[in-house]
Write a new protein. Structure first.
Lengths: 83, 147
């Protein structure tokens, strides 16, 4: 399946792009993270400490064990600092 | 209920006046405005706020809808800016209208607590040393527990 993956704030800076299309067979967000980590050092660096990251699936905040079944968009970012 | 996400400045006076008008059954209007604060011991040149278009509006609507039903609000307003801001610039505002003031104050605090850690905005501060991402504080996450 094809998923749009978005990166924000320092995750975007470390990976070096804001958005990409990923062809994947990952069943969960964690599987997708493993696939990305295996790609290149910059991905491994960005995903080295998952406690410092948050994930949204189709624009809803979720957990790393969330399923990717039917999902079109996944976003990775640091804890939010609004207000 | 109105949610606005924009890069342009907003007119706090006009927004507050517009929000406070026309509520015959709402005895209390509370407004809060967040301002870009200069750094302690350093000079903040600018703050740049990044956000997640689409999710931002969705998250703010969810938070405001919850506040509306929980405190029986007559109305709620959230305006949040993104892009480049300078010290002293207004970043955001919330306004709540309720029959009584305790509900209006509580709902405004709830909106603030949630949009600090559950709305997808990220702040970056620039000084003469370059840019640094503002880290989320544990106390901001802890603040959600009281609700």
């Amino acid at each position: 399946m094809t998923i749009t993956v978005l990166y924000f704030a320092w995750v975007r800076e470390r990976i070096g792009l804001p958005k990409e299309t990923v062809e994947t067979t990952a069943a969960t967000v964690m599987d997708l993270v493993e696939e990305l980590r295996a790609r290149e050092e910059r991905y491994a660096m960005a995903f080295s400490d998952l406690s410092a990251l948050r994930v949204a699936v189709d624009q809803d905040l979720t957990e790393f064990d969330a399923t990717l079944d039917g999902v079109r968009e996944v976003a990775f970012f640091p804890p939010m600092t609004g207000g | 209920m109105r949610i606005v996400v924009q890069s342009a400045p907003f007119d706090f006076g006009a927004e507050a006046q517009g929000f406070a008008s026309g509520h015959k059954d709402m005895g209390a209007i509370v407004t809060f405005t967040g301002v870009v604060r200069d750094l302690e011991g350093d000079t903040l040149d600018r703050m740049v706020i990044e956000h997640y278009p689409g999710m931002t509006e969705k998250a703010l609507e969810k938070i405001a809808t919850e506040a509306m039903s929980r405190w029986g609000l007559g109305d709620a307003l959230v305006i949040h800016r993104f892009g480049e801001l300078r010290p002293g610039d207004m970043i955001m505002m919330v306004a709540t209208a309720a029959p009584h003031r305790v509900d209006a104050f509580d709902a405004a605090e709830y909106l603030m607590d949630y949009l600090k850690s559950r709305a997808p905005f990220w702040k970056q501060e620039f000084t003469s040393d370059g840019g640094a991402w503002v880290a989320a504080k544990d106390e901001d996450e802890d603040a959600l527990k009281r609700w």
